[in-house]
Design a protein around this ligand. Structure first.
Ligand code: FAD
Length: 807
């Protein structure tokens, strides 16, 4: 065994091996994989091997598409036999909302480049003559889906990796991981130690145990999942084709053909639970099944027999029951672990056979090149903070498993695992009808429902419409108040704080106390990593804000950019401050009734900050900035004192018709102002020129991370360009990831959108080919299956001169 390697991957399932292969393909040959048993001896060997394309996320779809394309040609690439069955797939819809979802996903299929169509019940029979279509509204048909023997693809990728110089040590168990003073990692094994630059946790069902060695919280639960296979049935022996894989919400199961028999795998909606009583399996557990729990499956198997009567006729041949890793959001963890650099997670997959190839490709890109070509935010392990405790993880992962075939509508979330992080105003807002959404553990109001009925979740405009219109117009015409305590907040202090931020940010850091700037953290390639707001409190003291979900992510961004010996301290003050956004033409009148501070334009201008006292509460950081484009302040109030300040503002606002508003209204208001959003318009896939953010790029600064690359990117010119559009929408607005067409050809993609109530327009951002990014240019956007006209507008739909925030 080697004593040193560039990368050590712990775990030889499809995820670990998929990564090893792609690291080698990217040119890193000094890479090693440790497997305690034989390759695939964890969850991989007993998986059913389905590889679907259908997915509501564009990035995940790209992972799926890459995998299926790779698996069908792996044999040619590696010389190892791979039994790929390209039989296609049918996903069943029983409700109108499922059909809406299919229409949205059809748009994604156009962007990701796979063949799909939505077909009616009568057409289903042409593709699957044995399927009963009672209660079926439509099916999403994919042509290139299939299934594969999981061991085949894993062994083929292992062979491919070895051919490129990677080494695999079977029967070698990692027993500990430790970081060395020089930043490298020492992996102890039962065969000796190995030191590496990068360590990857791909330990499947054991990944939380392996993570615990270095103090990492790995939010996964092991679920017990079953499928069964029948004896061959004559009808399938006689059939000249292989039936497509069916995914059916009625039986909550996948149903397919397997060696002329039928394979059925249900995801039970109430009775599934974690296996091994939530404890990790013994180290000796290898290529074993877990005792099946057939009773809990019975209702679902009965339904499967109704949907596919052939299944009822056939004798049962085998039952497979094994552990499947599951995260609270059902998406695997792939990317840096929080904390010291070069510890990577690559685990938690519940559809790992399908995803192993693509997940490996994109993580390998990130590790080798510093960024992946797709947006990795939804896979990043740091999307879970420490609030994702063991109990939360188990409860929510089980709920997610129960809902594998449920159609979650936009904004609809699990009901369990809630109330983890709340601002001190929570009860007050709830009493006013706040409809909460969980974001990074926080409860944040989407909108306020005076009827108390709650949201009717839908892909189309729904019962929130009237209330959100009233909320937005209150901000435009009078004054609104919003609790936005979810911001991630950092105090950056020390003698070198200014120099550190100057080097870290693409924008110029304020030279005067009280100055505020919008800053972007770029990677060495010049692509966008983060967006932050920096307020200078003093020469050696800065207050930095970023997105709620970026709390751990941005902490890493800061630490990883720090130089040895730099005198900078970064303190996470997220929970110490609540945030109230007071905005609208009457904001000054309301705030001045609660404070003695001079709020006049000369004393307190746009993009400046002051520490003031409000309603007797000292130490409020008042920032004259907002994301809605009106006169107003963001008030960062010590969390405990929030109720006092809130009550005072509400009272002072009463004569002005103050109105609470939520994130739906904020989205509408920021769309009217053409404010971009991190994660939508601003991602690691694009540079500042492409995102039309170059006014925040200060290339004249001597140096900052990403400057050299930005200079070359400027020379090269944009590959795509962000544009702002109005759309002739019907009953739904752009949500992002809709294809943009010009004369039947896909030429772009929407990134986000919403309805602007004050301007009476449906608005969207989109990336299009640069030659087409001209004001007035027209496109067609596929929105829930319908082609809608869109045209580029060259300036913000609301207050293009930006006079209102400066009023
Ligand atoms: C019944 C069933 C059916 C399924 N059907 C499908 C399907 O149709 N399609 C699909 O996409 N997915 C399916 N899955 C899910 C799929 O099996 C998993 O998502 C996938 O196998 C996870 O791969 P992995 O590499 O993360 O984990 P694993 O395959 O469990 O690999 C982890 C490896 O790490 C090794 N290891 C752990 N700790 C150490 C250590 N300390 N040192 C060295 N080695 C270590 C283990 O021995 C193991 O081999 C199914 C799962 C089950 C249970």
């Amino acid at each position: 065994m080697k004593s040193h390697a560039r990368v050590v991957v712990v775990g030889g399932g499809v995820m670990g091996v998929g990564l090893l292969y792609h690291l080698a393909l990217e040119g890193w040959d000094d890479v090693v994989l440790l497997e305690k048993g034989e390759l695939t001896s964890g969850s991989t060997w007993h998986a059913a091997g389905q590889c679907p394309h259908f997915n509501g996320s564009l990035n995940m779809t790209k992972v799926h598409v890459y995998g299926t394309e790779l698996y069908s040609k792996l044999q040619k690439l590696t010389g190892q036999a791979v039994s790929w069955h390209g039989c296609g797939g049918l996903r069943i819809a029983q409700t109108d909302e499922e059909v809406n979802w299919f229409k949205y996903v059809l748009g994604i299929s156009k962007l990701a480049g796979y063949e799909a169509e939505i077909i009616g019940p009568n057409e289903i029979k042409r593709h699957h003559p044995f399927l009963e279509t009672f209660g079926v509204k439509a099916a999403f048909r994919t042509v290139t889906d299939g299934h594969v023997a999981p061991a085949d693809i894993t062994n083929a990728m292992a062979a491919g990796a070895r051919q490129l110089g990677a080494e695999i040590y079977r029967r070698t168990r990692a027993t500990g991981i430790q970081q060395l003073p020089n930043g490298e990692w020492k992996v102890s094994t039962d065969k000796g130690d190995i030191v590496c630059e990068h360590i990857v946790n791909s330990a499947g069902s054991y990944c939380d145990v392996v993570g615990s060695w270095t103090g990492h919280n790995v939010p996964i639960a092991n679920m017990l999942h079953h499928y069964m296979i029948t004896e061959p049935v004559q009808e399938l022996i006689d059939l000249k084709m292989e039936l497509p894989v069916v995914r059916d919400p009625y039986s909550h199961a996948y149903l397919r053909e397997e060696t002329n028999g039928i394979l059925v795998g249900p995801y039970e909606t109430e009775t599934a639970h974690v296996c091994w009583n939530g404890q990790p399996p013994a180290w000796e557990f290898e290529s074993e099944l877990i005792a099946p729990e057939l009773d809990r499956l019975t209702p679902w198997l009965e339904r499967a027999s109704e949907r596919l009567p052939l299944f009822a006729k056939a004798g049962l041949k085998s039952v497979i029951s094994g552990a499947i890793t599951h995260t609270p959001d059902g998406v695997y963890l792939s990317g840096p672990a929080p904390g010291p650099k070069n510890y990577w997670m690559h685990c938690g997959a519940s559809i790992g056979i399908c995803q192993g190839g693509g997940a490996g490709k994109y993580l390998a890109q990130w590790m080798v090149h510093g960024r992946a070509e797709i947006n990795m935010r939804e896979f990043d392990p740091r999307r879970f903070g420490n609030w994702a405790s063991k109990a939360y993880t188990a409860e929510v992962s089980v709920a997610d498993y129960h809902h594998m075939y449920y159609c979650y509508k936009p904004a609809e979330q699990h009901e369990v695992g809630r109330g983890l992080r709340m601002s001190s105003l929570h009860d007050r807002l709830k009493a006013k009808g706040a409809q909460f959404q969980q974001i990074y553990g926080w409860e944040r109001a989407r909108w306020y429902d005076p009827s108390g009925k709650g949201e009717e979740f839908s892909y189309r405009r729904s019962n929130w419409w009237k209330s959100v219109k009233a909320e937005t117009l209150a901000v435009r015409e009078r004054v609104g108040l919003m609790d936005l305590s979810t911001f991630a907040k950092f105090d950056v202090t020390g003698k070198d704080a200014y120099a550190f931020l100057e080097r870290t940010c693409a924008n110029k850091i304020p030279a005067k106390d009280g100055g505020i700037i919008l800053g972007h953290l770029l990677n060495e390639n010049g692509f966008i990593e983060s967006e932050i707001t920096v307020t200078r409190l003093a020469a050696d003291r800065f207050y930095v804000l970023s997105a709620a979900v970026a709390q751990l992510y941005d902490m890493d961004q800061f630490h990883w950019r720090m130089k040895d010996g730099e005198r900078v301290e970064i303190t996470d003050v997220t929970d110490a401050f609540g945030v109230l956004v007071l905005a609208g033409p009457k904001a000054r009148d309301v705030l001045s009734a609660c404070t003695k501070a001079d709020l006049s334009n000369t004393a307190f201008g746009w993009l400046t900050a002051k520490q003031i006292e409000i309603a007797g509460v000292a130490g409020v950081r008042a920032l004259r900035i907002n994301y809605v484009g009106e006169l107003g302040w963001e008030l960062h109030v010590p969390m405990k004192a929030m109720p006092r300040v809130f009550d005072a503002l509400m009272k002072a606002g009463e004569p002005h018709g103050i109105t609470l508003f939520g994130t739906y209204a904020m989205n509408s208001l920021r769309m009217e102002k053409a404010y971009r959003g991190w994660g939508g318009e601003l991602t690691n896939e694009v540079d500042m020129f492409e995102a039309s953010m170059d006014r925040f790029l200060r290339l004249e600064k001597e140096d900052f991370i990403g400057r050299a690359a930005s200079l070359s990117l400027k020379q090269r010119g944009p590959r795509i360009k962000l544009v702002y559009m109005e759309i002739d929408a019907n009953d739904n607005d752009a949500r992002g990831n809709e294809p943009v067409y010009r004369r039947d050809k896909v030429v772009g993609i929407t990134t986000s959108g919403g309805y602007g109530f004050a301007v009476g327009k449906s608005l969207a951002f989109a990336f299009v080919e640069p030659a087409l990014a001209k004001a007035g240019d027209e496109f067609e956007i596929m929105m829930l299956g319908e082609m809608r006209k869109g045209r580029i507008i060259s300036e913000p739909a609301w207050d293009a001169k930006n006079e209102r925030p400066r009023a």
